[in-house]
Design a binder for this molecule. Structure first.
Ligand code: NAD
Length: 478
């Protein structure tokens, strides 16, 4: 398949000519070639998109429909997304480098998210009667917060966008959506799904662009709510940028999630989720299990099992069926990960496997799946998000110390505890300050509340908790 290029932006329900001829060149991480172009939205395009969303919110039918009426459109969007999943998944493989299995799984998540959003009205009371002392009575009415700016990274863009835009639309908000420049093609296909679903004009507007345009959008006075997914560093800037106007903001940020393996956890129950949880999408997953906390006397046994599992993983061109691990998404990303590998070596961590560019794969942006053993909590590789296929194995002496290490970063997004039984694993999991955690398991569930403690974010996405982020609450008193 050739990856389609685009020359228009989706604004106000139409494909419109951008204000300038600036283009985003989509670089294939497989071989570094340019495979498509997409228009780069500039400030004038963002003004136009915000104006369209503003008009659709202030004057259009969308916020005035009942939740059940909006759900009909959400179901239609879900159907249109499903039709496009094969093309979206293929574009994502080519622009970001995820093998088909990963790409298909991510896009299947998008299907689940639209299923979740289109049924929210059946599970959520938008209005309820309230009574209080001295005969007080009234109605609590949940209303859409207004124009929502949704900004996402490149590592799973259709799913990440769906997780924001679905609940925003269910709430009755209108949306300006800014995808990242690294992987814009699959999300332009999502824009086509919005168009095909027949949403009223201006309800969703799509403006691919980089950081400066993102900052401009966040600061825009026409925006009532920012829903952001990306790095913690950018999240901090965005929170500061909306502070002056007390802007509503939800943040889904970075992670450094820990898997705790206890003294008596049978390894055969650990390996599949531990390996997938650490390496999926070449480790470019916010919830990845990147720290593996092991009893000191089991480190050799566990590292050997991990090394053996890693040896069986074929790294290479993600379009090949037997390849399980593709390249990193961009050259900048590859360089960043290789730098962290150097940092780990210099800090005295032991490379158990990997540690460089795989042999014969110097053309694209590949990095070997890498395990560092003997990692200590003071090392930078143990604290900072690497966002690549680099796993830190950290020995501990007591469960209290393991809990302390797991909680010892600025992040708190995901995690896992593996023990001899669920009750033991659960008692440890309850002590970890993180938004989701696996109990003798690991997963990333996006149709239930997903989000971070501490600097991994603010608020939750998914299900009714995600819907709440796009609502204001009004008490009407009688
Ligand atoms: P990034 O923060 O640099 O960019 C993410 C998006 O924000 C891009 O669209 C970018 O153009 C935009 N952006 C950057 N700075 C901005 C600013 N000041 N104002 C407005 N927009 C701005 O992140 P990245 O390196 O592209 O993506 C990887 C990061 O995303 C990792 O830290 C990862 O953990 C995080 N992430 C989090 C989740 C989650 O749900 N918690 C999911 C996926 C990725």
């Amino acid at each position: 398949m050739t990856i389609p290029s685009y020359d228009k932006l989706f604004i106000g329900g139409e494909w419109v000519t951008p204000a300038t001829d600036r283009k985003i060149e989509v670089v294939s991480p497989i071989d570094g070639t340019i495979i498509a172009t997409v228009p780069e939205a500039t400030e004038a395009d963002i003004d136009r998109a915000v104006a369209a969303a503003r008009t659709a919110f202030d004057e259009g039918p969308w916020p005035r429909m009942t939740p059940a009426e909006r759900a009909v459109y959400l179901k239609r969007i879900g159907d249109e997304v499903v039709k496009r999943i094969p093309a979206m998944a293929e574009a994502f493989t080519n622009e970001i480098g995820a093998p088909a299995a990963v790409s298909n799984a991510f896009h299947d998540n998008a299907r689940k998210m639209w299923g979740d959003s289109s049924t929210l009205h059946e599970r959520f009371e938008f209005e309820e009667e309230r009574t209080w002392e001295n005969g007080g009575q009234g109605k609590l009415v949940r209303e859409p917060v207004g124009v929502a700016a949704t900004i996402i990274p490149w590592n799973g863009p259709v799913a990440t966008a769906s997780l924001k835009i679905g609940p925003a639309l269910a709430a009755g908000c209108t949306v300006v959506f800014k995808p990242a420049p690294e992987g814009p093609v699959s999300v332009m296909m999502l824009a086509e799904a919005f168009e095909a679903a027949g949403l009223p004009a201006g309800v969703v507007n799509v403006v691919p662009a980089g950081r400066d345009a993102g900052q401009y959008l966040v600061e825009h006075p026409g925006v009532d709510k920012v829903s952001f997914t990306g790095s913690t560093a950018a999240g901090r800037k965005i929170m500061a940028a909306v502070a002056d106007r007390i802007g509503r903001v939800s943040l889904e940020l970075g992670g450094k999630s820990a898997a705790i393996i206890t003294e008596d956890a049978p390894l055969e129950n650990v390996m599949s989720t531990l390996v997938f949880g650490g390496l999926a999408n070449s480790g470019q997953v916010c919830a990845a299990l990147t720290r593996v906390l092991v009893p000191r006397d089991r480190q050799d046994e566990i590292v050997s099992a991990m090394v053996e599992a890693y040896r069986g993983i074929k790294v290479g061109d993600p379009r090949d069926e037997d390849v399980a691990l593709g390249p990193l998404a961009a050259e900048r990303q590859q360089q960043r990960v290789l730098e962290y590998i150097d940092i780990g070596k210099n800090e005295g961590a032991r490379v158990a496997i990997g540690g460089g560019v795989p042999e014969g794969l110097s053309e694209g942006f590949y990095v070997e799946p890498t395990i560092f053993a003997d990692v200590t909590r003071d090392m930078r590789i143990a604290k900072e998000e690497i966002f690549g296929p680099v796993i830190c194995v950290m020995p501990y002496d007591t469960i209290d110390e393991a809990v302390d290490i797991a909680n010892g970063t600025e992040y708190g997004l995901s995690g896992a505890v593996y023990a001899k039984d669920d009750a033991t694993a659960e008692s440890i999991a309850r002590r970890i300050r993180t938004g989701q955690i696996g109990v003798n398991n690991w997963d990333m569930c996006v149709t239930q509340p997903f989000g971070g403690y501490k600097q991994s974010g603010l608020g939750r996405e998914g299900n009714v908790e995600g819907l709440g982020a796009f609502l204001e609450t009004k008490l009407m008193m009688y």
